[in-house]
Design a protein around this ligand. Structure first.
Ligand code: FAD
Ligand code: DLZ
Ligand code: SF4
Length: 510
């Protein structure tokens, strides 16, 4: 009795739920490179290359572990181009008695999978993805009846559930749950050597994929020139160990810092591997905890890092599935402006934007504060359509899958859900960027100038954003102070800011 087990490109884990209880003799694993997944948005070339190369390595690893793998390559002339079409063809080839699959990370694909039971004569079992700490029922139970879904309280529950960084009495290590206040230091400006992530020379499998991607996706954004991702679990584990040994100790301190020409700083660059399944989040957190217990890293680093994984990562996933497929359409600020073309080539005089976008196109990577306070902040205060912003983030980052990208972009960064994730919009003037980076000193614009042709666009747009959105945001208690300051301004000053902001916004479409 053969079982067909489709494994998707972000399910590259040996302990996947679809494999639970499966017999190697009686199972066929189906892996499919399909046109629809590579083009439903214009993914960055390096993102496609990472996923296809990791899929091919994982197929070899599974075969080495004794599984029978049926692998459909993108260039296979009979490739139908969709998951559903490939499952149909595999049924013809193998005549399985049943289909067992792990749920995907996107409503779009889940809805397709739900059609399989009607299309095919075989029974279809869609299993929950067990690679997360909080399952769907657990998140629902936590969220049920709460007025506000605060990440901090969810995170404490996840600490209790995993026991991570708890002492023998079940109390948080270091006497408090959260050390975020210690984690907002400006960049160290040359006082500390900056570690670099490992780079992995492509082997033959990855070289073949790089050639395929260069040929088939030449019109997609981004470059393959700097491709250096790990494409197998062993190399991803090497990057995990390297991060813990070389960068974790200062991760907390400089988590929010930004420096010209330094894309990675003390960040881990592990999200691409966590999200496609090469690394396991709990295994990573236990390794980080061990580094703290062995005195190798301070508590603000270990706690700060673990909070991102068992807190934020799990929390945004819970929100994605709880809010449903129409979450992607929300737009409470009614923002309608088109995404400026420079998001795709980095050609702008705003040095902070050119840096964040430039490294994104080169490495398919930017760290959290660049995503939130540079490219996200700009889109928010310029009034860009949040759906267009969401598509851009889904396209350009190697770690982007809808379950994690959408709540971060639409909710946290664009406030398009009206404050479900963020109690106030992450909007700021140039001051914040100047305090957390060295960007402004090399910029065409003047961060100290509030109006006029050389004024930092973030200064103009910040006040214009508050003004434009007063009807929706004016009652937000956390914005009371900026709104009071705006009200105190002379009418003439307000008019100048509005006119300068309008001129700048007009220039974006020219
Ligand atoms: P580190 O700074 O080393 O952080 C450690 C890990 O914590 C990350 O690898 C990641 O797994 C997790 N993490 C940290 N913050 C978050 C968060 N807010 N949500 C979920 N996980 C988090 N992350 C993605 O994995 N995929 C995305 O598509 C994505 N889109 C984003 C879009 C926007 C607008 C914003 C503001 C954030 C987004 N993030 C996304 C969260 C965060 O920016 C990335 O997880 C992080 O930059 C990945 O780099 P790193 O591995 O070096 O992270
Ligand atoms: C993102 C992606 C890409 C670019 N290509 C493939 C592919 O060819 N085959 C595959 O199985 N998965 C791919 N993926 C990942 C899927 O888009 C992802 O599994 C779904 O979005 C569900 O999370
Ligand atoms: Fe960015 Fe403004 Fe600073 Fe230029 S001056 S780098 S636009 S914040």
């Amino acid at each position: 009795m053969t079982t067909l087990i489709p494994i998707l490109g972000d399910q590259l884990s040996h302990d996947l739920s679809a494999l639970d209880g499966a017999d190697r003799e009686d199972s066929i694993i189906l892996m499919m490179e399909v046109a629809q997944e590579t083009t439903y948005v214009q993914h960055h070339k390096a993102k496609i290359a990472l996923i296809l190369a990791a899929m091919r390595h994982h197929a070899d690893d599974l075969r080495a572990a004794g599984w029978r793998v049926d692998y459909v390559a993108l260039d296979d002339p009979d490739n139908s181009g969709t998951f559903t079409g490939e499952v149909a063809r595999a049924i013809e080839r193998h005549d399985p008695a049943r289909i067992v699959v792990t749920e995907p990370g996107e409503w779009r694909v889940l809805n397709d999978m739900h059609t399989w039971a009607d299309r095919f004569t075989q029974p279809v079992e869609i299993r929950e993805d067990a690679r997360f700490i909080c399952d769907h029922a657990g998140f629902e139970a936590w969220a049920e009846g709460r007025k506000q879904l605060r990440m901090e309280f969810f995170y404490r529950d996840m600490r209790r559930k995993t026991g991570l960084l708890l002492d023998d009495d079940g109390k948080p290590e270091g006497g408090q749950w959260n050390f975020d206040s210690a984690n907002r230091k400006p960049p160290p400006h040359g006082k500390l050597a900056i570690p670099q992530p490992l780079t992995f020379a492509p082997d033959q499998i990855t070289c073949d994929v790089l050639a395929l991607v260069a040929r088939r996706f030449a019109d997609h954004p981004g470059s393959l020139d700097d491709f250096a991702f790990a494409t197998c679990r062993a190399d991803a584990l090497a990057q995990q160990a390297h991060f813990i040994a070389k960068a974790l100790a200062h991760f907390g301190d400089y988590q929010d810092a930004m420096l010209t020409g330094q894309p990675f700083l003390w960040h881990s660059i592990l999200s691409p591997y966590l999200n496609c399944g090469l690394l396991d989040p709990l295994e990573l957190c236990r390794a980080v905890e061990k580094a703290f217990q062995n005195g190798k890293v301070p508590i603000n680093a270990a706690e700060g890092y673990i909070r991102q994984i068992i807190g934020w990562r799990e929390y945004v996933r819970g929100i994605y599935w709880r809010e449903g497929p129409d979450y992607a359409q929300r737009n409470v600020l009614d923002a309608r402006r088109a995404l400026p073309g420079f998001y795709y080539d980095g050609a702008t005089d705003m040095h902070c934007m050119a840096q964040a976008i430039g490294q994104t196109l080169r490495h398919a990577y930017a760290h959290h504060i660049q995503r939130l306070m540079i490219t996200g902040n700009f889109a928010l205060i310029a009034g860009i359509d949040p759906h267009a912003v969401h598509v851009w983030y889904l396209e350009v980052y190697a770690d982007a899958y809808e379950w994690v990208e959408l709540p971060n972009t639409l909710g946290m960064s664009q406030f398009a859900d009206g404050g479900l994730l963020a109690s106030k919009p992450y909007a700021s003037s140039g001051n914040y960027i100047n305090s957390m980076s060295d960007y402004c000193s090399s910029c065409h614009f003047d961060v100290k100038a509030k109006t006029g042709p050389t004024a930092c666009p973030f200064n103009l747009l910040y006040w214009d954003f508050l003004d434009r959105n007063q009807a929706v945001l004016g009652k937000n208690q956390r914005l009371a102070m900026p709104y009071r300051n705006w009200e105190k301004r002379a009418a003439k000053d307000k008019e100048t800011i509005r006119a300068d902001a309008a001129r700048f916004l007009d220039s974006l479409t020219r």
